[in-house]
Design a protein around this ligand. Structure first.
Ligand code: BGC
Length: 767
């Protein structure tokens, strides 16, 4: 654990000293995004020390040719990645002809804040360059009102001299991915142009041999300023366009420029209209004036918070953590575009290539169900529905039937090439179906299944039916050669979680077919499902092998898991952790250590199928061997810890999930934030501490209050209702803010909460 920023504010992330050693970590933490695009917390001006400059545009990706030691049949030909895109924040600054470079200048009073309430990033500092002292203030935001728009205001005050300030705002498309497989750039120049106070750069992703879409993006900038210029000129060359503005400055005077940028892409417009569209957006926004554009941004973020904020009283670290998680998650995706998804690092880094993983369905979906309109979650499901044909091709490539959704994808094709993950981590297919169940169960929108969902459910059932084999000796179906969610154990047989999920998928498919036979036969016929096929699914489900150990009375992670040498995580010398940075991969694979929730992931999904005692036994056994080296892990353990009344453990794991990046728990945040697991903090509070469940179409709560907290409260959308839940030391209040009277179970007792009224449940606080 390494907390970089020690000043804790409930709505802000505050950096109060300049960071050299850990600059990449600071850049990750100070990332901003607006769902359409996003960037790391780089400085606008030139910086000579270590930095990872990165800006990324949602849905713009490039198929980087696969790099692999020994080729295996079935490997995808490319690894898709979101290319580092045009550097549009760049503004070089010269003070009396000397470049301002925080890597070299004498810097005082450095202060940077990410204002999560208002969606802005602001930096202030005093710098001394060869005796000339200036005070700077730089504000930047990516608009959530006009998605193509980025705005920067750069102000400089002279503290001790009369002289000259030169600003060189620019656009630069000659940028590279640090993780490019063959050290290539992914962009080719299309055109550039510049005029006074104006510049544009148009670039397109290189042609590729895999026939995936080529994207063109246009970036256009307009510059505004508050004072007459001494010189105002411009230039451009391949990939690059800039302006040069020189101002006279007197001691104590401030000069400021505003840089407005619009980014348009061929995802939305014809290539020959890109510049025109971007100019149109800029004109419209600039005419409003900086203050209005900023106020609109603030208002829009405040509105998001009205429905999604979680208030925690008594624990500033926890409070800041949950807001940071929601801020970064919503900066990555807010559901406006069903072609987009949520990359594990969002717009904050290059690891995981910005592609879609099972994380979305397993972790993020419930957050959007609870905090946004149902269309947002539906868009996430439609994303997979639209890729069904590719998922079928993917199964075929492996010699299987039905549909296998990829582990890593942009367009439905697999683009990851480690056999133990690509071919074997097939549990992901179950989460796609679980998400359909989750969505329909939560929203009551069964129409989705009739129209779209059943096609996916059927093809995934077909996949499982072809992936199992019958062990004739035992008369049971088995699934060999898989990797469960715990990636620290590969190529195992009968991973309990995978088998359990496959069994459930088959049963769920049959259940839906029976229902649709009565309600919408067209959707059964459309998928050519016969009675024999459904019977076969149910037979496999019925005879699915689920490893269990009678003696320990626990579920067994996979066939030979219990034959390992067992050492508890607490008994490992601390300097061995994180294992993935200290042990060889071989040693990790042979060990008993678990990267992330595996058996516990199943218990979490199907929490109403396990008793308190089963949960407790399995939690206690597996938790002691779990290193949580996937950021996705602690939230799931925290939720189960709540269920078994181990509040201290639940709190510890909540902190680990909510502050994973702010406190750099896994020592890897410099690569980018763990965006998908940001949802884990929300899950830990809502499903963990507040115990919210929606099993059997009933909303229920089983709230608990961590010892450290005085109270917490949050709003939730559930079907047509908006509810406010407050938990404090005396009890629970549930207010029906919007919608008809609603039945809610609290600690297994039924209540009707009338519109605009609240129920108060007083309880004896748990220790
Ligand atoms: C985890 C996977 C996850 C991926 C992206 C890996 O470290 O083990 O479960 O899908 O990260 O977040």
């Amino acid at each position: 654990m390494k907390r970089l920023f020690n000043t804790i504010d409930e709505w802000k992330i505050i950096q109060d000293k300049i960071e050299f050693e850990e600059n990449r970590l600071a850049e990750s933490i100070m990332s901003i995004g607006n769902g359409y695009m996003g960037m790391r917390g780089n400085y606008e001006e030139y910086y000579s020390k270590d930095s990872h400059r990165g800006s990324y545009i949602g849905g713009v990706w490039y198929p980087d040719k696969t790099r692999v030691g020994w080729w295996k049949n079935g490997y995808p030909n490319y690894f898709g990645k979101v290319p580092n895109s045009v550097n549009f924040i760049g503004i070089d600054v010269y003070i009396n002809g000397k470049i301002l470079d925080l890597g070299k200048a004498e810097v005082k009073d450095f202060y940077r804040e990410l204002d999560m309430k208002n969606g802005t990033l602001t930096r202030k500092f005093i710098a001394n360059i060869d005796g000339y002292e200036i005070e700077a203030k730089v504000t930047r935001f990516l608009s959530i009102v006009a998605k193509e728009l980025g705005v920067i205001k750069y102000e400089i005050k002279s503290l001790n001299f009369d002289g000259e300030i030169m600003f060189c705002p620019y656009l630069d498309s000659n940028v590279k991915n640090e993780d490019s497989n063959y050290d290539e750039t992914f962009w080719v120049n299309v055109s550039t142009d510049s005029k006074n106070n104006y510049g544009n750069v148009v670039a397109k992703t290189k042609d590729n041999p895999f026939n995936t879409e080529v994207f063109t993006i246009a970036s256009v900038m307009n510059i505004r300023f508050n004072k007459e210029t001494k010189l105002n000129t411009y230039s451009n060359r391949e990939y690059y366009s800039d302006n040069t503005l020189i101002f006279d400055i007197k001691e104590s005077e401030t000069v400021a420029i505003e840089k407005y940028i619009a980014i348009t892409t061929t995802r939305d417009y014809e290539e020959n209209k890109l510049v025109e569209k971007a100019e149109y957006i800029l004109n419209k926004e600039i005419n409003k004036g900086y203050e209005t554009v900023l106020q609109e941004q603030i208002k829009a973020w405040n509105k998001r918070w009205e429905t999604s904020d979680i208030k925690i009283d008594g624990d500033d670290l926890a409070q800041q953590g949950i807001r940071y998680n929601l801020f970064q998650l919503f900066s990555t995706y807010y559901g406006d575009d069903s072609r987009l998804n949520i990359g594990p690092k969002g717009f904050t880094g290059e690891k995981y290539g910005g592609a879609t993983y099972w994380d979305t369905e397993a972790y993020c979906l419930p957050v959007y169900l609870g905090t946004t309109s149902k269309e947002v979650s539906k868009n996430l499901l439609l994303y997979r529905y639209n890729q069904l044909e590719k998922a079928k091709e993917n199964a075929q490539k492996l010699g299987l039937e039905g549909a296998l959704y990829p582990m890593v994808t942009f367009n439905g094709e697999e683009c990851h090439n480690e056999w133990e993950i690509t071919f074997e981590e097939i549990h992901r297919n179950g989460s796609i179906i679980y998400a359909i169940y989750n969505y329909t169960n939560y929203t009551g929108d069964y129409e989705y299944i009739k129209e779209y969902g059943i096609d996916v459910i059927v093809e995934v059932a077909r996949f499982w039916a072809s992936r199992v084999h019958l062990n004739k000796r035992k008369g049971l179906y088995m699934i060999h050669g898989v990797t469960g969610p715990n990636e620290y154990d590969n190529n195992v047989n009968n991973n309990w979680y995978t088998n359990y999920l496959a069994k459930w998928c088959l049963e769920y498919a049959a259940e839906n077919i029976f229902k649709l036979e009565k309600e919408c036969i067209e959707s059964v016929n459309r998928n050519n499902v016969s009675k024999e096929e459904v019977k076969m699914w149910l037979n496999i489900a019925d005879k699915m092998y689920l490893p269990y150990d009678e003696e320990l009375d626990i579920i067994v992670q996979h066939d030979d898991f219990l034959d390992k040498e067992f050492i508890k995580v607490n008994d490992l010398p601390k300097n061995n952790l994180p294992l993935n940075q200290n042990w060889s991969w071989d040693k990790i694979l042979r060990s008993c250590f678990i990267k992330q929730a595996d058996v516990l992931q199943g218990i979490y999904y199907f929490n109403d199928k396990f008793t308190f005692k089963e949960k407790k036994r399995n939690f206690e056994f597996y938790e002691s061997y779990t290193v949580h080296e996937s950021s996705l892990s602690p939230s799931i353990y925290s939720i189960i810890a709540c269920e078994i009344d181990n509040l201290d453990k639940a709190y510890e794991l909540y902190s680990r999930t909510a502050r994973l990046d702010l406190d750099n728990y896994n020592n890897d945040t410099e690569d980018g934030l763990h965006i998908t697991s940001m949802s884990g903090a929300w899950l830990s509070i809502i499903q963990g501490f507040a115990g919210m469940r929606t099993n059997n179409q009933t909303l229920s709560f089983n709230p608990k209050l961590p010892n450290k907290w005085n109270s917490y409260s949050f709003n939730i959308n559930y079907r047509e209702n908006k509810l406010k839940i407050e938990v404090n030391k005396d009890g629970i209040n549930i207010t029906n803010l919007e919608g008809n009277d609603i039945e809610v179970n609290v600690y297994d007792k039924k209540y009707i909460v009338k519109n605009n009224e609240y129920i108060a449940y007083r309880y004896v606080a748990l220790s």
